[in-house]
Design a protein around this ligand. Structure first.
Ligand code: NDP
Length: 481
């Protein structure tokens, strides 16, 4: 069986323990490769390599750093098909999604920061003829980058690219549930000639490898994307060590639909914002609030369209809903559907596991599920489910829907559908989320700040905000007389 390797100091290495973790193909429910079960020895070796490489990489001219990033982007583009197949196999997502979103976006991340660093400028503050202040932005050091399983290479590269562009070196840990494209990225970096130790990728469990990275004295900043609970654990370790922290955490995003929206556009986009990637995108709108006058029509149309979504093998072109990422995650989602029933919800469609015949019969497939009849403040509507499950609820007044929308501990993203520009701006202003999409969803300009408020995170990724995170400002005040 194929064994993945760690990428440390420019080499592909076995884990010190020589132990491996089973890697599952969720579409078939079978083990198809083995992941290094790394521990603190591997993580420490990687951190030492990154620390040594920082001495050179941090003073490497930005044009040179840019050239490496652009080369990595170009190789990802060349290998788009193979990477997409690997992502789909590892994660269960439909191949067309990996081909059109995940892998192109990973290449775009390297391209964006490969060029972005060339335009990154610092400030100067003149005190007329007394003094001049200028601010240096210097790379912080070894960056710890930890990412989740839902958009594996896409989110991994969203951290690594700005860190490397800024002049940090990196020790990164992908999710042990979906490690394959991170491993392929290490091969790409070798092919691109990235100097040794600049990027190190250590595979394994969060409580071993992740914890060593987070708690290590030689890693002064942590960029983490994952669940809110894990984020809290990481913050409790890193904060007393005064590490820089960027935490991109969970969400429970509201999708607010007013009666005056462009109905057809709203409906087709709501299908995506509800069920894309089996609902396993932190930005999916899992709580759908619909103005009462169109609630009945919306309910009928939404259920009818959802029932037509093809659940099937990820590599099949007809598939709209692939496998969810793991058996335990599937069970968690099913337990939330049970909870919804106990809380008085009515399952309008879906609600069950689905068997896909043939070699896929042991895969982790779920029917896309719509639930109604729940109160806005019940657990189903407050906790993150992270699967193909949405609730729908009617509302009459704007103040009422604002109360519902802002009622959770989360504040990542929100969607507003209306043709009334004044209402759209007012609602956007009053939503407690880091991102608001008006009449669209997942439309991304990589220059914009990305992140959430409340329990959805701390800090922002994207654009120059990420370069600010991976650099430390130093003010130099020069007296002129
Ligand atoms: P987890 O929090 O379980 O894991 C995320 C990463 O952290 C994994 O690599 C995991 O390792 C690692 N990890 C776990 N424990 C520790 C620890 N003690 N110290 C250091 N690292 C640790 O999240 P999931 O992988 O389940 O991802 C789903 C979550 O991610 C959802 O809540 C989703 O909303 C959120 N998310 C947020 C996004 C955002 O931008 N705000 C974007 C995408 C997802 P391992 O699991 O391999 O052991």
């Amino acid at each position: 069986m194929f064994k993945l390797k760690n990428y440390i100091n420019g080499e592909l290495l076995e884990p010190a323990s020589k132990h491996y973790i089973d890697n599952y193909d969720p579409s078939r429910g079978v083990v198809y490769s083995l992941i290094p079960d790394s521990d603190e020895r591997d993580a420490e070796q990687a951190i030492a390599a990154a620390k040594e490489a920082f001495k050179t990489w941090s003073i490497t001219p930005k044009d040179t750093r840019s050239a490496y990033l652009l080369k990595i982007a170009a190789i990802i583009e060349e290998q788009l098909h193979d990477l997409a197949v690997a992502e789909s196999l590892d994660n269960g997502k439909p191949l067309h999604l990996a081909k059109t979103v995940d892998i192109p976006r990973a290449a775009a991340n390297f391209h964006f920061y490969g060029t972005g660093i060339l335009h990154y400028a610092a400030h100067a503050h003149s005190m007329e003829d007394t003094a001049i202040n200028y601010t240096l932005r210097q790379p912080v050091g070894v960056a710890g980058c930890i990412s989740p399983w839902n958009l594996p290479l896409y989110l991994f590269s969203w951290k690594i690219a700005p860190a490397l562009a800024a002049g940090c070196t990196v020790v990164a840990k992908p999710s042990e549930i979906t490690p394959m494209t991170a491993y392929l990225l290490s091969e790409i970096c070798i092919k691109a000639g990235l100097p040794k130790g600049v990027l190190n990728i250590v595979h394994g469990y969060g409580h071993k490898v992740g914890n060593t990275i987070v708690s290590h004295k030689d890693v002064p900043l942590i960029s983490f994307t994952g669940g809110t609970k894990t984020g809290a654990t990481i913050a409790s370790i890193a904060a007393p060590m005064f590490k820089k922290l960027s935490l991109e955490l969970g969400g429970k995003n509201p999708n607010i639909i007013f009666a005056d929206c462009d109905y057809d556009k709203m409906l087709s986009t709501t299908m995506l914002s509800s069920f894309a990637n089996q609902g396993q995108i932190c930005l999916c709108g899992s709580r759908i609030f619909v103005e009462k006058s169109i609630y009945g029509k919306f309910k009928d149309d939404f259920v009818a369209k959802t029932q037509k979504l093809v659940v099937g093998a990820p590599m099949d072109d007809k598939t709209k809903i692939g496998a969810v990422v793991s058996k335990s995650h599937m069970e968690k989602i099913l337990s939330y559907i049970e909870l919804a029933k106990q809380e008085g919800g009515t399952i309008l469609c879906g609600g069950k596991q689905q068997t896909v015949t043939g070699e896929f019969e042991n895969g982790y497939y779920l029917q896309p599920t719509i639930i109604e009849g729940l109160s806005y403040d019940c657990r189903t509507n407050q906790e993150e489910i992270f699967g193909p499950v949405v609730t729908i609820m009617p509302f009459e007044k704007e103040e009422e829907v604002m109360l519902y929308a802002n009622s959770t501990e989360y504040g990542l993203a929100s969607m507003v559908w209306t043709q009334d520009i004044t209402k759209a701006n007012r609602v956007a202003m009053n939503l407690h989320t880091g991102i608001v999409w008006v009449n669209c969803w997942l439309l991304r300009d990589l220059r914009t700040p990305f992140g959430g408020v409340k329990s959805s995170g701390v800090g922002r990724e994207g654009g120059f905000e990420a370069l600010d995170f991976f650099t430390e400002p130093k003010n130099v005040c020069v007296k002129l007389k």
